[in-house]
Design a protein around this ligand. Structure first.
Ligand code: RB5
Length: 145
């Protein structure tokens, strides 16, 4: 499974760490930028990751900016994206189990690298639980239309 990653300058250093760790564990990673700490605009990278997920090229995405807020707002503008801003492991697990989030957003200025990594692990290690949640995700999809 290939995972799309994106950040702005605020998330660039943390993205590097997450990309390295995912790669060293054997995950296929598509690093869609940014590729330096020069100032950029987060909606550009949210759009790239969201499109990689919607196209099916990547199974899920991880977006990192200063707070994770801009990235999550931007990604959720794309039809079919369920992006969850996660600052703790429980939320990351629930984002997958209940909301079937296809992107998580993390704030590099609010979440330290070790917690950020634990959030990524919690999300990737969880499965959508279906059942009652299927109908709710369907309702989310209807809101897209
Ligand atoms: C960039 O300074 C900052 O606004 C951005 O990284 C993010 O926090 C936006 O939500």
């Amino acid at each position: 499974m290939k995972i799309a990653l994106g950040s702005d300058h605020g998330g660039y250093e943390l993205k590097k760490i997450i990309v390295e760790r995912l790669t060293s564990l054997g995950h296929r990673v598509d690093d869609l930028g940014c590729h330096s700490s020069d100032m950029v605009d987060y909606p550009v990278y949210a759009g790239k990751v969201a499109k990689a997920v919607i196209s099916g090229d990547c199974v899920c995405g991880i977006l990192i900016c200063g707070t994770g807020i801009g990235m999550s707002i931007a990604a959720n503008k794309i039809s079919g994206i369920r992006a969850a801003l996660c600052a703790d492991c429980f939320s990351a697990k629930m984002a997958k189990e209940h909301n079937n989030a296809n992107i998580i957003a993390i704030g590099a200025r609010t979440t330290g690298p070790e917690l950020a990594w634990m959030i990524v692990e919690a999300y990737l290690g969880s499965e959508f639980q279906h059942g009652i949640h299927d109908a709710r995700v369907r309702m989310l999809n209807e809101l897209d239309e």
